[in-house]
Design a binder for this molecule. Structure first.
Ligand code: ADP
Ligand code: ZN
Length: 436
C-alpha cells in the first residue's frame, strides 16, 4: 500500500539529518529560554550550566528537569517566554490528577501543533475527501482544538461536535457520512455501544478510522472498538504542557506511536533517580520542546511510563516510536504494597469477555486496604441466577489475582449502571485519601 505523509521531507528525514536539525534547534531554544524565562534561568544557574555549554543534543542531559511541581510554582506566567501580547491562545490540562496547568501559544505554536495533528490524521489514512468528526471536548481541553486544527490542515470536512450528546453524534455520523472519528477511546467505546443499541451494524456507517487518545487504553480495547465500529483505531498521544495531542501518533503498523521528533526531543529516565536510560528501557518519558515559542518546556517530566524504540518502521517514517503509556506514574495504585495499574484490570476484563466498563474502589479498614472492582455484566449474564453470578465474580477475581498478584473483590453490577465517560474515564475512586 502506498504510504502517505503530511510532511514527507520531515517525517521520513534520515536520522543523521534529524539529529543535526534537533541539535541546531536545541542550541537556539536553550538560549531563548535562558534569556526569557527567569524561573528556568535560575534552575540552570543553580546547576551551573549556561547556554554556551549546550552545543547539541549530546549536551541535553546537562540541563535541569522541569516537573509538574515547577509548573504549579510558576503558575500562571512564570514559564512564559514571549510577551503576552504575542500569545493568541491558552489551554489548560483536564485536571485528571487534580492540579490544572495553563499553557500559552503564539500563532507559530498553534501552527506547529496543528501540523502534528495533521500528520496523525494523514497517517490514519485521512485525506481531503474525508469527513472528520471531532468528538473530543472543545474548550480549555486541548483535544478538540488540536484535532480540529489538524483536520482543517488536511482539508477534511470538519464536524466540530465536541463530546457528549451521543444521539446527535450518531445522527450526524450517519446523516453526514463521517469517515474519521476523533475522541477518547472510552467515548469511542460508548458511541459503539450506543450504535449497537440503536440497531446499527458496523457496515451501516461509512466510518473507516478512529484517532483515539488522551487516556490509556489497551490492545484488547482497541480490538473491541475496531470490531463494534468496523474501523481501524489509531492511538494519539500528547499533553497540554507540550501543546496537546499529536506529540506522537500511530501509523499503519499500529505498533507504537511515532514522536514528532523535529519538534519534541524525547528521553526515558529512571523515575526515581533521574538517570537517563538507554533506548529500549522502560521508564518515565521526558520531553524538550524544540520549536515552541510561548511555553517552551525543557526536559519536562511527563510521569508517563513507556519504552522508546528506533527500530525501522514499515511506514517509512524515521521518527522514534513510543509504546502506549501503560499509565502515568501517578495512576499507579499501591494496594497492600503491590503496584497495580488500571490498564492491567482492563486487560483481564476484555480477555474474559467483559466490556471495559468498570470502576476500582479503594478504601482502608483499620490498617488494611480494601480493593473492590465493580464490573458491568453483559446483558446475557443479567438474567443469570444468583449462584451463577457469584461463581462468575469468583472466576473473574481469580483471573485478576493471576495478573496482579493480589485478590480484588469483584462485584458484577447491572449493565449500564456505571457512568459512561464522554471525555477521560474515571476509573479509580480512592477513599483511602480521606483517612490520611
Ligand atoms: P491531565 O494531566 O489533566 O489529564 P492533559 O489533558 O494534558 O491533562 O493529559 C495529558 C495526559 O494524558 C498525558 O500525560 C498522559 O498521561 C495521558 N494521555 C494522553 N494521550 C494518551 C494516550 N494515547 N495513551 C495513554 N495516555 C495518554
Ligand atoms: Zn510507522
Amino acid at each position: 500500500m502506498a504510504q502517505r505523509y503530511y510532511q514527507p521531507e520531515i517525517e521520513t528525514m534520515p536520522i543523521e539529518d534529524l539529529k543535526k536539525l534537533q541539535s541546531e534547534k536545541l542550541v537556539k531554544q536553550v538560549k531563548h529560554v535562558y534569556e526569557n524565562v527567569e524561573y528556568y534561568r535560575n534552575l540552570m544557574d543553580e546547576k551551573g550550566v549556561s547556554p554556551e555549554d549546550i552545543h547539541g543534543i549530546e549536551d541535553l542531559r546537562k540541563l535541569p528537569f522541569l516537573s509538574k511541581a515547577d509548573l504549579r510554582d510558576a503558575y500562571p506566567y512564570g514559564l512564559l517566554a514571549k510577551p503576552l501580547k504575542e500569545c493568541v491562545r491558552i489551554h489548560s490540562t483536564s485536571g485528571t490528577t487534580g492540579r490544572r496547568v495553563v499553557a500559552f501559544y503564539t500563532q507559530h505554536d498553534v501552527d506547529l501543533w496543528e501540523d502534528c495533528c495533521a500528520r496523525a490524521i494523514v497517517a490514519a489514512g485521512g485525506t481531503d475527501e474525508d469527513v472528520c468528526q471531532v468528538a473530543y471536548g472543545y474548550g480549555l481541553f486541548t483535544g478538540g482544538a488540536g484535532l480540529h486544527g489538524g483536520s482543517h490542515k488536511v482539508g477534511c470536512l470538519t464536524l466540530p461536535m465536541s463530546s457528549g450528546f451521543t444521539d446527535r453524534q450518531i445522527q450526524f455520523m450517519d446523516d453526514l457520512s463521517a469517515t474519521i472519528l476523533c475522541c477518547t477511546p472510552s467515548y469511542a467505546a460508548y458511541i459503539g455501544e450506543s450504535l449497537k443499541e440503536q440497531g446499527y451494524k458496523p457496515e451501516d456507517i461509512p466510518l473507516k478510522a478512529g484517532i483515539f487518545g488522551a487516556e490509556p487504553w489497551t490492545e484488547e480495547m482497541r480490538r473491541g472498538i475496531e470490531t463494534t465500529l468496523g474501523i481501524k483505531a489509531y492511538d494519539i498521544y500528547g499533553l497540554t504542557e507540550t501543546s496537546g495531542p499529536g506529540v506522537a501518533f500511530e501509523c499503519c503498523e499500529q505498533s507504537g506511536m511515532h514522536i514528532n521528533e523535529d519538534h519534541f526531543l524525547a528521553e526515558i529516565i529512571d523515575p526515581d533517580t533521574g538517570e537517563v536510560l538507554p533506548e529500549g528501557s522502560k521508564g518515565e518519558l521526558v520531553f524538550t520542546a524544540l520549536d515552541k515559542e510561548a511555553f517552551p518546556l525543557l526536559r519536562y517530566r511527563t510521569r508517563d511510563i513507556c519504552v522508546l524504540s528506533r527500530k525501522p518502521c514499515s511506514c517509512g517514517r524515521t521518527h522514534i516510536k513510543m509504546t502506549k503509556p501503560m499509565g502515568r506514574s501517578d495512576d499507579m495504585m499501591i494496594i497492600r504494597g503491590v503496584n497495580v495499574f488500571p490498564s492491567q484490570i482492563e486487560t483481564v476484563l476484555l480477555k474474559e469477555g467483559y466490556q471495559p466498563n468498570y470502576q476500582i474502589i479503594l478504601d482502608r479498614v483499620g490498617n488494611n486496604d480494601t480493593f473492590d472492582v465493580n464490573v458491568e455484566m453483559n446483558p446475557e449474564q443479567f438474567t443469570d441466577t444468583v449462584s451463577g453470578i457469584t461463581a462468575q465474580e469468583k472466576a473473574l477475581g481469580e483471573a485478576m489475582k493471576t495478573m496482579l498478584g493480589i485478590n480484588p473483590k469483584v462485584h458484577l453490577v447491572a449493565p449500564k449502571s456505571i457512568t459512561r465517560s464522554e471525555g477521560k474515564a474515571v476509573r479509580i475512586i480512592d477513599k483511602r485519601k480521606l483517612h490520611d
